[in-house]
Write a protein that binds this ligand. Structure first.
Ligand SMILES: [Zn+2]
Length: 331
């Protein structure tokens, strides 16, 4: 019965499910799914008594800032709630991290998944994440004295990312790591990882070493924790507090991540929600239909949509665009 270890505890299984070859590409129409899913999640959070989370999710993309670029042109950006479990905001954050990972990916050779055994207690998530991260530090940094002469397997360069996957009875925090090291012995690394875990009172560490491929880079940057819709709402609070102010990724050596791009310097014109008192904002909203980027059912979007549907604006879009340009462009 080689390959069928039915007696294996869950920690022996790889924390991520194998990719489904028939599933559509992960990014397809994700935006439309997100825009409809956030209000539903807010509703669920409210019915489970998670009022601060519900309030945050409801505020997400309920307004947008209209700004003026240095070249004189206009643009707008929906304002996210910034919550670590909000699917819409996570997507924007991971897109940025992905482009930074792509810069270092060509020099990466190996991908390592590092795990530890976890007890079925959601409140321990924070402890596990902390312990995993300090175990990883023993494998990447020379700083702690007693380990200074030890083998640092990822020393040529590494980039790690924390991920939390849920199972029915516990959360499985684990670390995905890409390294510039050309070859690592599985046996030696298993030994070293187990020793590092023991230092932090963890055990049952397992690891997988594979080659780096583009799909992996995508998976790695995808999320910190699988979306709220995959986890029962009664566990949202423990997931949220477990992830509170935890570092989600890090890098060093030749795989040090390039710095995050600085936000461009734009001049704020106003907010879409102020359309009643600001004719410029109203004209901008009608000429570009910027309100379509807000969450459905948000008061600003509903009001602007109703205005657009009242025939006056629908038939005067062309005129609006012209006046808009005359009023706002530099020339
Ligand atoms: Zn959000």
């Amino acid at each position: 019965m080689a390959g069928h270890n039915f007696s294996d505890p869950p920690s022996h299984h790889h924390p991520d499910p194998p990719p489904d070859p028939l599933s559509p590409s992960p990014d397809r129409s994700l935006d439309t799914v997100l825009v409809t899913s956030v209000p539903k999640l807010a509703f669920t959070a409210e019915s489970y008594g998670l009022f601060p989370l519900a309030a945050k999710l409801r505020a997400c993309r309920s307004d947008a800032a209209v700004y003026r670029r240095p070249d004189g042109s206009f643009g707008h950006a929906p304002m996210g709630c910034g919550h670590r479990l909000c699917p819409a905001c996570t997507k924007a954050k991971t897109a940025q991290l992905r482009s930074r990972i792509r810069c270092i990916a060509p020099s990466a050779n190996l991908h390592v998944t590092l795990t530890c055994a976890t007890a079925p207690d959601d409140s321990l998530l924070r402890f596990y994440i902390r312990a995993l991260q300090s175990s990883l530090r023993l494998l990447t940094q020379r700083k702690p004295r007693p380990y200074s002469d030890r083998w640092l397997p990822f020393s040529p360069g590494y980039m790690w990312k924390l991920e939390v996957t849920p199972s029915l009875n516990c959360f499985h925090p684990h670390i995905h790591l890409i390294t510039a090291a050309p070859h690592i012995s599985h046996e030696a690394l298993t030994h070293r990882w187990a020793a590092a875990l023991r230092t932090n009172h963890l055990h049952g560490g397992h690891l997988w070493i594979t080659a780096v491929n583009p799909r992996l880079i995508h998976e790695m940057s995808k999320y910190l924790a699988k979306g709220l819709s995959h986890i029962h709402p009664s566990r949202w609070a423990s997931l949220d507090s477990g992830l509170f102010r935890q570092r989600a990724y890090g890098s060093g050596g030749s795989l040090t991540l390039p710095p995050a791009p600085r936000p461009r310097i734009n001049t704020l014109v106003g907010f879409l929600s102020r359309w009643e008192s600001d004719p410029d904002i109203l004209d901008y909203a009608m000429a570009t239909q910027a309100y379509a980027d807000l969450l459905p059912d948000s008061p600003t979007r509903s009001a602007l949509e109703a205005l657009w549907n009242s025939h006056f604006y629908r038939f005067s879009r062309h005129r609006l665009k012209n006046t808009f340009h005359r009023r706002f462009s530099n020339d």
